[in-house]
Design a protein around this ligand. Structure first.
Ligand SMILES: [Zn+2]
Length: 407
């Protein structure tokens, strides 16, 4: 048994009673008193031919580190050039999610070294040795130390999808935002599935720079079943409009689930726990149900302070979640603007979407027109061979001949 595994004590009898009474989920034993509040952040890899900001191929399963270049490795002196297909597919996805599309948007650099760097500075300036010297300042899967993402102006925001919940009817789940970003490299552990027990760790940068759409839901879901149905519907929509292959086993769609528990009718949220990288709907439902029972039991046993803001991982073999790391307040990523701007064609009108998921394809052409007149606002307008290169498509053609045919 895992050392961090959770062992319900007094509630075991209650759980067993519920199991015997009917073939019910253990979470049913608490459902009358408590409710879960669930939000999902879903990363969807976009199926462009090339990566988001360079001309390397976006291909799963290639030999390690064969699709890399100075741009996606983040070498000094390189500048990213936006692949217009990323914007087009993201706009299409945003429309399918009933989102508002930002006519003007931008990318931001999300720093992953700031805390470490400030610790190093503090360490160097301190006249006496600090108690806690810097521990971690390099992420092997993100060697440049930042991720190109979107911060305050996401491309898509304020949407919803209607999800059919078996035996319950249709439920509307809000979409807070959907923004574009790049994926990081992939750590490969030799001799083990994870870091624990591995003989060595290797990094494959083929995934670095692959375009992602991060779709953030409102905390509108209340059960593991609702969350699984929401994620499945999200995947169906992405497949239907053709922006992703949705292959969860290959990591093309990865979901992080935020779960908190509160007494029914209570207005405030409980402490939020994140379960990371769920790659199957079934596992997602079981992980949420486990977290619900774990947190309810702790509340009932007056151990509420043991529910802490942390990231946990789902152990498929043991069927439990285990802590991965504690979250100490809001991470400060020190965002600052990336020199790639996005301005959508002001003359184009946003197409109206049908509610039928099978009608979504017909909007691809319209949304492509809507998105295609994107404009690189700063660096690439100046540095392109043509000083009049005002749109990303033109700039991308210069940087990468293949990007214009990347959908
Ligand atoms: Zn590259």
């Amino acid at each position: 048994m895992h050392p961090f595994s959770f062992k319900p004590m007094r509630s075991l009898a209650r759980l067993n009673a519920a199991k015997q009474a009917k073939e019910a989920s253990p979470s049913d034993a608490f459902a009358e008193t408590f409710e879960a509040v669930i939000g999902i952040e879903c990363h969807v890899q976009l199926n462009t031919v090339t990566k988001a900001f360079c001309s390397c191929r976006n291909e799963y399963g290639a030999d390690p580190n064969t699709h890399v270049c100075p741009v996606c490795l983040g070498h000094p002196g390189t500048l990213p050039a936006l692949n217009s297909a990323v914007v087009e597919k993201s706009v299409l996805a945003g429309l399918a999610l009933n989102c508002n599309i930002s006519r003007e948007s931008k990318f931001d650099r999300k720093q992953y070294v700031d805390v470490a760097v400030s610790l190093i500075i503090e360490y160097c300036r301190s006249p006496t040795p600090l108690v806690a010297p810097p521990r971690r300042y390099f992420y092997p899967d993100l060697p440049k130390g930042y991720q190109i993402s979107q911060y305050d102006i996401p491309l898509c925001h304020g949407g919803f999808i209607d999800v059919a919940i078996p035996e319950e009817g249709t439920k509307r789940i809000g979409i807070t935002r959907a923004h574009m970003e790049e994926d990081a490299g992939k750590l490969v552990y030799i001799g083990s599935d994870g870091l624990s027990g591995a003989q060595s760790s290797q990094v494959d940068y083929n995934r670095g720079g692959v375009p992602l759409l991060e779709i953030v839901s409102e905390p509108d879901m209340r059960t593991g079943k609702e969350a699984a149905m929401y994620a499945a519907e999200l995947r169906r929509i992405m497949l239907c409009i053709g922006v992703s292959n949705g292959n969860m086993a290959e990591g093309s769609m990865r979901c992080d689930v935020n779960v908190s528990v509160r007494k029914r009718g209570a207005p405030e949220f409980g402490t939020k726990v994140e379960v990371k990288n769920m790659n199957s709907f079934n596992a997602m439902q079981r992980a949420i149900d486990f977290e619900f029972v774990r947190q309810c039991t702790l509340i009932e046993e007056n151990k509420e302070d043991e529910i802490v803001q942390e990231t946990r991982l789902w152990d498929e073999n043991g069927q439990f979640t285990a802590p991965m790391r504690k979250k100490e307040g809001l991470a400060d990523y020190r965002y600052f603007p990336e020199p790639v701007g996005i301005e959508l064609d002001r003359r184009a009108r946003a197409p109206r979407l049908s509610h039928s998921r099978y009608a979504l394809r017909s909007f691809a052409r319209t949304s492509r027109r809507f998105a295609s007149r994107t404009r690189s606002s700063t660096a690439f307008g100046r540095h392109s061979p043509s000083s009049h290169a005002t749109n990303v498509r033109g700039t991308a053609r210069w940087v990468s001949p293949s990007t214009t045919a990347s959908y």
